[in-house]
Write a protein that binds this ligand. Structure first.
Ligand code: NDP
Length: 299
């Protein structure tokens, strides 16, 4: 099975490593070509010089790019994928994209006999490395069956979300919840620090109670209390995701003020902290606004 993988970023690279073994024959392309060349020599794959070159003989092409805009650009740009994808191939877009763009890409590809599914992932870089990502996909079952084996190489929980764009919608809402949890947990802990409660004690109680979340159980203890703030998922990408969720809510006439306000706060955090900051660093904005750090009272 000939596979092309385009976009060897923080999550794309570990996903692609699972496609380097039989029965797959992998070709990789990355905007910064040194990354594709390095990947190819470390894991055994063909490095492609252009998106068109990457997909010309592929049965399945995977994209894992920042947003749907970059996927469109890779389709239509110079040496793009569109003219090169074979009749009968399937484009699996693992980007956390936006539903409307995915629908329009799918419609365009269909006129050329190329299938499409949106298949964003969750679980972060750790699950990508271990091949245990959750994959939420949108599209038709017959198309999915043609790519199932390849998705199973990096996915563990693989869920049909609905028609094309449903995977993107589900991913955007999941990440909107993550954004809300980061902001609300940080605000709550700043209140408690100012009230004289050690955040370690606060989290001990919250994590045994109904206020807990992945943010309180893992992200804050491992990344904020320690001040480690590792860069695994860019804040700019979470800003994009919650923006997609807020737009979707507005398009569907849903009143969602908590999501809308959190989207505004993440846009602000992105402006302050920049394109390379990690998503959990949004906590720093709340700390700075209030003049306190969420750190244990004693070492
Ligand atoms: P990164 O920012 O680490 O990597 C982005 C990738 O896209 C790189 O390969 C980059 O190439 C490429 N790229 C950026 N801009 C362009 C462009 N204009 N044209 C062509 N290629 C481009 O992102 P992630 O790997 O973290 O995320 C990829 C997708 O997966 C996003 O949609 C994200 O929301 C989603 N995601 C990420 C998770 C994570 O934990 N990181 C978890 C779940 C989903 P180059 O190397 O040249 O910069």
């Amino acid at each position: 099975m000939r596979i092309a993988f385009l976009g060897l970023g923080a999550i794309g690279e570990p996903m692609a490593t699972h496609l380097t073994r039989d029965p797959f024959r992998l070709t990789v392309w990355n905007r910064t070509s040194a990354k594709a060349n390095d990947f190819a020599s470390r894991f055994g794959a063909r490095p492609a010089s252009t998106p068109a070159d990457a997909v010309h003989d592929a049965d399945i092409a995977f994209t894992c790019l920042p947003s749907s805009a970059e996927v469109e650009a890779l389709l239509h740009g110079k040496d793009g994928m569109l003219e090169s994808l074979r009749d009968g191939a399937v484009l699996v877009d693992c980007t956390s994209g936006d539903p409307a763009t995915s629908r329009s890409i799918a419609a365009e590809l269909a006129t050329r006999g190329v299938g499409f599914i949106d298949a964003p992932v969750s679980g972060g870089t750790i699950a990508a490395k271990s091949g245990t990502l959750t994959v939420m996909w949108g599209g038709d079952i017959a198309t999915f069956e043609r790519v199932r084996t390849a998705i199973e190489a990096f996915g563990k929980k693989i869920v049909h979300a609905g028609p094309i764009g449903a995977g993107d919608a589900l991913k955007a809402v999941n990440n909107a919840l993550l954004a809300v949890h980061i902001l609300s947990t940080a605000e709550g802990l700043v209140v408690l620090v100012k009230a004289g409660v050690d955040p370690r004690i606060a989290l001990d109680v919250i994590n045994a109670s109904s206020g807990r979340s992945n943010t309180s159980e893992n992200l804050i203890p491992q990344r904020v209390l320690t001040r480690a703030f590792p860069r695994t998922f860019r804040l700019a990408l979470l800003d994009k995701d919650i923006g997609i969720a807020a737009t979707l809510a507005a398009e569907l006439g849903v009143s969602a003020p908590v999501i809308a306000l959190s989207a505004e706060r993440f846009r602000e955090a992105r402006g302050k902290l920049g394109e390379e900051a990690d998503h959990v660093e949004a906590v720093k904005m709340i700390e700075e606004e209030n003049g306190v750090e969420i750190t244990p009272f004693s070492p």
